[in-house]
Design a protein. Structure first.
Lengths: 100, 172
């Protein structure tokens, strides 16, 4: 059986990958993928912890996280499409409307 | 498998390739779930993530023309590099602390009580419809809301674009 520390380390690694994507990519779609990665890292940690403690509560929680991730992906991608229609780009470098 | 799927996540540079890598990574995570005895969650992960969400991503990438963005990889300026280094270092430190603490403290905890291999889906279902009934119903409402909101946002009413859209779809 995989020890729980390794799983936590893996979750941390995936989370850092996702965070890097969110912070340093200019393409909005890449930012969304970073978000998905971070949510997955949290899921890994949830399931590992629930396995370790010996219940299914963590799995139920991960189930809800997946639900929220699906909603977030749908709405976020819709917003990306809207942004692309309006401004013709999804590069965060050129989206400076709020900064004036 | 663990190292493999994690590495694949990092590699992706242009959007389509990185989506494919992300699919591999998500399937790897599903494999980890199955390995941990969470069969139901593994199935849900494959269906929802690798099926639905990734198809959504692919559709959006194909809809938008990303030739320009595709070419540029991750450009990091110097402050970016410093920030990235600090982030990785901080998370590495936290991970090290967690692993150390886990080695020290988790041994005394109860060693993985009897979540047997077989009735996992049944257990999760029971939990979901008794203890977590209200969150479950809320989640369904949330999905409905997200559906309507996504349609509303993506439909786009006839407001003129502030900057002319470069896509010329010939019909209008």
């Amino acid at each position: 059986m995989v020890p729980v520390e390794h799983l936590f380390a893996l979750a941390m690694f995936v989370f850092v990958c996702g965070l890097t994507g969110v912070l340093f990519r200019r393409n909005l779609i890449m930012v969304m993928m970073g978000l998905e990665l971070m949510l997955n890292a949290v899921n890994i940690a949830f399931v590992a912890a629930s396995r370790h403690v010996g219940g299914v509560d963590g799995q139920v929680m991960a189930f809800f996280v997946i639900t929220v991730a699906a909603c977030e992906a749908a709405v976020g991608l819709a917003m990306i499409i809207a942004i692309y229609r309006r401004y013709g780009t999804v590069d965060t470098e050129y989206l400076r409307v709020l900064r004036g | 498998m663990v190292a493999l799927c994690s590495l694949m996540v990092v590699v992706g540079r242009n959007p389509v390739a990185s989506i494919v890598f992300l699919i591999f990574s998500l399937v790897g995570v599903a494999g980890i779930f199955a390995l941990l005895g969470a069969d139901f969650l593994a199935a849900v992960q494959v269906i929802v993530y690798a099926g639905a969400i990734m198809v959504l991503f692919l559709f959006v990438v194909m809809m938008l023309r990303l030739e320009r963005e595709k070419r540029e990889a991750m450009r990091l300026t110097l402050p970016d590099r410093v920030a990235l280094g600090l982030t990785v270092a901080g998370f590495g430190f936290v991970a090290w602390k967690i692993v150390a603490g886990a080695k020290a403290g988790f041994e005394t905890a109860a060693p993985a009580a009897a979540t047997e291999v077989a009735g996992n889906t049944q257990l999760v279902g029971m939990k979901l419809f008794t203890t977590y009934l209200w969150p479950f119903e809320l989640a369904s409402v949330l999905i409905l809301l997200a559906l309507v909101a996504a349609v509303m946002i993506a439909r786009g009413d006839g407001k003129p674009a502030t900057r002319p859209v470069e896509v010329d779809d010939g019909s209008r």
